[in-house]
Design a protein around this ligand. Structure first.
Ligand code: MGD
Ligand code: MGD
Ligand code: SF4
Ligand code: MO
Length: 742
């Protein structure tokens, strides 16, 4: 069935998003619950410990889990409200099949029959790889591992990729090049022990609120703080040094800092000589990269760069963190490496109070990038093209090398192949690309033209509306499993309740599809713990080694850090204490990062930088948080942040409705005038869909190594909205009061 028209309006009305205000019974849940289930927040990579209150088979509230060592009971607004999605009226409770008149409820048998017949038909006509899979790392470790095996052995396709391609892959690419391993090098416990905190491209206070506590502890101990961000984020406001750089210029800054460290001999020569490779080329590469050169590119003063180099260079301990601001660029990997170089040159790694880490974004963004979700990866963070790695996995799975597909397409390339009619079908679990993929107008066209599209979700996501078949899956709190936090700590996710109505656990859906594809033998598990135990064997000997981690250990020890090769091994909160990287030569590898321009830079026609990111009140594509009243009231829709100088120049007033235009699309939003942004840049949060999607404007250009799209840099212009556009905004954003838009 081709989807020629937009999703059925009546269906949207029936299935939401409705904003729910289920009774909130306060901090401590009443009436007295039957059970308090110790688990973790389903949202960001902090994976804060939380206790869910269960009564009569329903989640009725939460309590802080004060004993859990990372967050000690602290939670952010999303964590506090997350339990309100469990029994939300919008939950999908039956399989849905698209008909000419919209979706109709179907039995599981009908749904599976349709899916299997479509998979077979497409693969018979176009080959195995013409059916693809997209996945997401809100899924547990067990589900992530299962998806990797399911796509390769049940669907028999090479074309599996995941939403970490929009999130963690540039960090992973940089980390693997420098360290041979893809994990934050330290647990957060090292943050308060550092003399200098360096944060680049991360809005920590809004995106990782509970991590901020560790930064405050460092500040209490006298640490200096350096922040690099084109916006004055809440954390930047408190920094000693804020480098408010032009979007897309991070590697120039990194090179100039390195230049200064070398010029002033703030270099740990012993560490560089004994434990690193590539020093001569690196030193040579920054010879000309003076603070004057970088200051010009980055739009900050050379003095500030010198000052920051001095603070970093003369410190004894430090902790550097970065997130998507530097990673979601066509130079994501280079930006990451340019900062790792600074860490390594000063030898500040593998010791107490000397730390480095990318701040992983999604709930299981760490575990999900280790177990074979990626198109080029096998479990244990193994390489799908490495014969020895393939051999290990073939042994664990009981298959021959011929039965194991090779590398497939990365996420954006996969959707491009769908649009080019090279790939004709997809199962999408746990991803909402209609909101989160760059250039959503392109994405919509690609998805609409696909022959068969199946989505597994617990809400009718904007992407699910374009599906031929929607399968109702399960929430975090409905399946047993594990997750790996941004620190590399494997934690236990507990099932508090069962999926509602006829919804099923994600695992049981995948296992049943595998069975109906005749692959039952390869997928016979007793339970999710059995899947974890196979994952342990599969990861064993890889860099992300879970061999010695058991569910019981995780519970007894409140989390175990990988690598943990044997059951007697204590786990590894701090990597590299032996001063060895994970590369075969044991060395840390320097890489030169010559500066190059972003894909699109402002010109006369599109004179401004366009960048996007997050609000504290919403999570990713918003499917989950746009349904919770408190969060919607706090942040009802996207706005365009603009500096007062630019607003004056363009003749705009605060809250005026404006239209932001790029070469790919437009978005009409209220203007939010703020001094917290560079005057040459505008920022729009991206949690909304269709006409309100920030990604209508973004570029599909990719980092050549990581294939990460450049979400953070595009060129745009801003004008007053037409009456038609403003009316459409009012219709789209129903709860936006008329006064607010006056
Ligand atoms: N509230 C909330 N928290 C979340 C999420 C959420 O959706 N909502 N999502 C989670 C996930 S999956 C992720 S990946 C993380 C993201 O966490 P972050 O990366 O911290 O958040 P972003 O808002 O994407 O971007 C961070 C900052 O990068 C800045 N920036 C933009 N362009 C540049 C640039 O060229 N250089 C530099 N140095 N900075 C730049 C932006 O101004 C922004 O303040 O958050 C996680 N936590
Ligand atoms: N412009 C712009 N775009 C961006 C970014 C940006 O900064 N700017 N950031 C990017 C980043 S870092 C990320 S991580 C992506 C995220 O992009 P997406 O992966 O599209 O975001 P999610 O909201 O996590 O989508 C997950 C979908 O899966 C469902 N889901 C969640 N958990 C489960 C589960 O356990 N089982 C099942 N079956 N379904 C589940 C949710 O209901 C939702 O519909 O967006 C990227 N897009
Ligand atoms: S910081 Fe992240 S994991 Fe913790 S409560 Fe907030 S969203 Fe959940
Ligand atoms: Mo992310």
């Amino acid at each position: 069935m081709a989807r020629l028209s937009l999703p059925q309006q009546d269906y949207i009305n029936e299935y939401g998003p409705h904003v729910s205000d289920l009774p909130v019974t306060g901090w401590l849940s009443k009436p007295e619950p039957d059970a308090m289930v110790k688990t973790h927040c389903c949202f960001c990579g902090m994976q804060c410990g939380i206790k869910l209150a269960v009564k009569d088979g329903k989640v009725i509230g939460f309590e802080p889990w004060e004993e859990f060592p990372f967050n000690e009971g602290r939670l952010c607004p999303k964590g506090v409200k997350r339990y309100m999605q469990t029994h939300h009226p919008d939950r999908l409770t039956d399989p849905l099949i698209r008909t000419e008149h919209g979706f109709r409820k179907a039995t599981w048998d009908e749904a599976f029959d349709l899916l299997i017949s479509k998979i077979k038909s497409i693969q018979e006509r176009h080959g195995k790889n013409a059916f693809s899979m997209m996945s997401g790392v809100s899924l547990s470790n067990e589900k992530s591992y299962l998806v990797g095996k399911f796509a390769r052995l049940a669907l028999q396709t090479a074309n599996l990729d995941y939403n970490g391609r929009f999130c963690m892959v540039s960090a992973g690419g940089g980390n693997k090049k420098a360290f041979g391993v893809d994990r934050a090098a330290n647990s957060w416990a090292d943050i308060p022990k550092a003399e200098v905190i360096f944060l680049s491209g991360t809005n920590v206070s809004e995106c990782f609120p509970t991590l901020t506590h560790y930064i405050w502890k460092a500040r209490d101990n006298g640490a200096k703080m350096i922040v690099v961000d084109p916006r004055v984020t809440p954390i930047a406001r408190t920094a000693d040094y804020h480098l408010q750089i032009r979007p897309g210029t991070d590697s120039a800054l990194g090179q100039a800092l390195l230049h200064e460290l070398i010029a002033n001999d703030w270099v740990d020569h012993d560490f560089v000589a004994n434990y690193c490779t590539g020093w001569d080329q690196l030193r040579e590469s920054v010879k000309e990269c003076t603070p004057e050169w970088a200051g010009h590119i980055c739009g900050v003063t050379p003095q500030l760069i010198r000052e920051v180099a001095r603070v970093w260079g003369t410190a004894k301990t430090s902790f550097l963190m970065h997130a998507r601001g530097i990673e979601q660029q066509i130079k994501g990997v280079e930006n990451v490496l340019s900062l790792i170089n600074i860490v390594l040159v000063t030898g500040r790694i593998g010791r107490e109070g000397c730390g480095y880490g990318t701040i992983t974004g999604q709930g299981n963004g760490q575990g999900g990038r280790e177990h074979g979700h990626k198109c080029d990866q096998l479990p244990g963070n193994r390489d799908i093209e490495n014969p020895a790695h393939r051999e290990h996995i073939c042994k664990v799975w009981g298959i021959t090398d011929e039965e194991l597909p090779h590398k497939g397409k990365t996420a954006v390339e996969l959707f491009e192949a769908i649009q080019a009619k090279e790939i004709h079908g997809m199962i999408n679990i746990c991803c909402n690309p209609l909101v989160s993929h760059p250039d959503t107008n392109f994405l919509r066209e690609a998805v609409q033209g696909m022959e068969f599209f199946c989505v597994i979700d617990f809400f009718m996501s904007e992407t699910a509306r374009y599906a031929d078949l929607v399968l109702p899956g399960s929430l975090h709190e409905e399946e047993e499993g594990t997750s790996t936090t941004a620190e590399g700590r494997v934690v236990r996710i507990r099932a508090a309740v069962d999926p509602p109505g006829n919804a099923r656990t994600d695992t049981s859906i995948l296992l049943e599809i595998a069975r109906r594809l005749g692959k039952e033998k390869l997928f016979s598990y007793k339970d999710n713990e059995d899947i974890f135990n196979e994952l342990r064997r599969a990861s064993s000997g890889g860099t992300a080694d879970y061999g010695g981690i058991t569910w019981k250990r995780i519970e007894d020890e409140m989390g175990v850090f990988w690598p943990c090769p044997t059951e007697g091994h204590p786990g590894t909160p701090r990597l590299f204490e032996d001063r060895r990287s994970f590369h075969p030569d044991g060395k840390f590898h320097f890489h030169a990062t010559p500066y190059r321009q972003s894909f699109e830079v402002p010109n006369e026609e599109y004179p401004l930088y366009y960048t996007s990111g997050r609000s504290v009140f919403h999570y990713l594509s918003g499917t989950q948080t746009r349904r919770i009243k408190f969060l919607v009231e706090k942040a009802p829709g996207p706005v365009c942040e603009m500096h007062p100088m630019l607003a004056t120049k363009l003749g705009f007033q605060n809250r005026q409705i404006v239209t932001v235009e790029s070469r790919r699309g437009t978005i009409t939003v209220p203007l939010q005038i703020t001094e917290g942004i560079r005057p040459d840049t505008v920022f729009v949060p991206y949690h909304w869909a269709e006409n309100l999607a920030a990604n209508q404007l973004t570029v599909r250009a990719l980092d050549p190594i990581s294939k990460m799209p450049e979400f953070k840099v595009a060129a745009c212009r801003v004008r007053s909205a037409t009456k038609e556009e403003a009316d459409r905004l009012r219709a789209d954003w129903k709860n936006l009061s008329q006064e607010a838009l006056a």
